[in-house]
Every structure is written in C-alpha cells, then in structure tokens.
Ligand binder design. Sequence first.
Ligand code: F0G
Length: 355
Amino acid sequence: MQPRKYEGIIKKYREFLPEIDDEFIISINEGNTPLIKSRNVYKIINPDIEIYFKYEGLNPTGSFKDRGMTMAVSKAVADGSKAIICASTGNTSAAAAAYAARAGIKSFVLIPEGKIAMGKLSQALMHGSVVMQIQGNFDDALIIAKEISEEFEVTLVNSVNPYRIEGQKTASFEIADELGKAPDYHILPVGNAGNITAYWNGYKEYKQAGKIQNLPKMLGFQAAGAAPIVLNHIVKEPHTIATAIRIGNPASWQKAVKAKEESGGLIEAVTDEDLLSAYALLARTEGIFCEPASAITLAGLIQLNKRGFFKKGDVCVLTLTGHGLKDPQNAIKVSSEPIVVPCDKKSVLKTMELI
Ligand code: F0G
C-alpha cells in the first residue's frame, strides 16, 4: 500500500469544509494532534472516569488557532486578498503571522499592551507581522480591527470570519475518529467563544453524516475575572492571569450559549488560583505542559467532580488549547526556583541528598 502523506486539515476533511482549490491552500500541516489518555491525574481526581487530553499545543504555531487560520488564510488568498488583520490575546496573532508569511501576504495584528505571553509576542514579530500594542484590551482591539476590515482591503481573520470556525471544527472529527464515538463530555476554555462553537458544529455535522451516533455535552469554562457569559453581562475590565482568555465581550457569545443549551452542558467560572494549581498538576503528573488558559479545563473538571457531577465510566475530553512554552513566565512563577550550587561534585551530591 502507498503511504499517505498528511497535509493538514483541509485535505484531510475536505468533504466537510468549504471548497478550495489545491493551488490556494496555505497549510503548515496543522491538525492531527494527539489525543492523550490520562495515566495518573484521573486517579487523583476520580478513578471511575476516563480523561483524554486533546493536545492542541502540538500544532505548528503551538495552538488550536492553526486549524482555523489555514482555512481563513487559504480563502483570503483564493479571493485575492493581499493582507490580513486580527485582534488577539496572542495565539491568533501568532497563527495569523505564520500563515500570512507562508502565503506571502501582509499581516497586521492588534494586541493588548503588556497583556500577552512572551512566546506569542515573539512569534508574531518573528514571522514579520506589523505588531501594534493597543493601549486597551482585546475587546477594544477587535472593534478597531473589524472597522478597518470593513473600510479597507484587509481581510479580518478573527473567529467572526466564518472560515475560522469551519477549520476549527476539525478537532471534533479527529477525536470522534479516534474514539469511534463522541465523548460524554467535552471540556473547553471559553474566551472569544469561537472554539466551543466550532467543536459543537463539528460534532453535530459528524453525527448528521452518520460518522458518530452520539453527541457530547459541552462544558465551557471562563476565568472568574473575565466571565461575561457566566455573569450574563459584558465585563468592561476583564482580568485574569490566563491572558489568552482575558475577554469581556466575546464575539461568539450567543453561539456559545447555544452550544451549551443544545448539548445540555454548562458554562461556569473558575478562579485563577484553581486554574494555576491545575496547570501545575497537569505538568507534574502527566508530563503535559499547556498554557494557563488551557488548564482551566482540568480545573473545571475538578470543580464539577467535587460536586459529584460525573458517573462511573464517563469519558471526558479536555482540549489543551495552547503549548506551555508560549508562556514561560507563568510556568516559572508556579514552580520552585532553580537551586544555585557551587561547581563541585560534593555540593551537587549534597543537594541531591545522596550524601
Ligand atoms: N485557549 C487559548 C490558549 C486561547 O488562545 C484562546 C483564545 C482560548 C483558549 C479561547 O478560545 O476565543 O475560541 O473561546 N485566544 C484568542 C486569541 C482570543 O486572540 O489568541 P475562544
């Protein structure tokens, strides 16, 4: 048999995606990320449930945004666009910058000043984007990006661009392909609310196509200081250590509520303290390093489990949206300091408590 090359989500899931000619596809082989079964942490939380991590940090730019960006940028190129723009808390800008570089078009990104993880900032700069730090938050930046895209020939690649959502839904397909069904629960962080919308669409479309018989309940989590959907009102000055989801007026707000309601799921808030402890717990028990916003999924699961939410045999999939290396500063903050040791074997052995 001829080995089949993997060439990204558009070629893999073409029948479920908007049509696009091969010549316009801009892909960095995104997708095909691992679904990792918990080996340890489930035993600490609840040995009667199964936990899987969809590790989206292993996409080419280190987050799930690549799935949506391959679709949005390919479509922009097919339509003759020469430039893209986005507002971002960091990951969208990293993906936009990378895919624009590959397409040979310009990218403009608006990020909230001082509230973006270093790794993400370095990516946008490195790929040659015009990076503008706005003296405001993500919600303010999105308004400006939207207006510019309406007035000038610059394509908006935030998730209000429907092609972004189309690409992102392919993560549901991969999970269903691997499990042979949908999980009982799918747990996601909620920021601008595009991803929970995309996953829910993906599961519904797969069921309609007869690929799966069941649908999951969608469980979304927002940071307590940036939880507009939970509070049911706009948060003017959102705050959380998880800068990726520091959003007070999500663009896909109503669609996220719909995903929650149609699936019989929920959207709840988690404190920064709980998300940081889940962030460290995951790294220390499973060997999986994700960014703080991604760890809200595990914190959310723990929160629900304490209330006796899950029953024996439940299968839970948690999307770990971004790689931990995006945000080394927070990782160092929740860890112990490196130990300074004199340069001799005896001192090292002493520190190791071997002598
Ligand atoms: N996790 C990470 C790591 C993210 O970067 C984001 C969103 C989310 C979760 C939330 O996903 O917005 O679809 O609900 N980041 C956007 C950005 C806002 O600009 O990178 P969502």
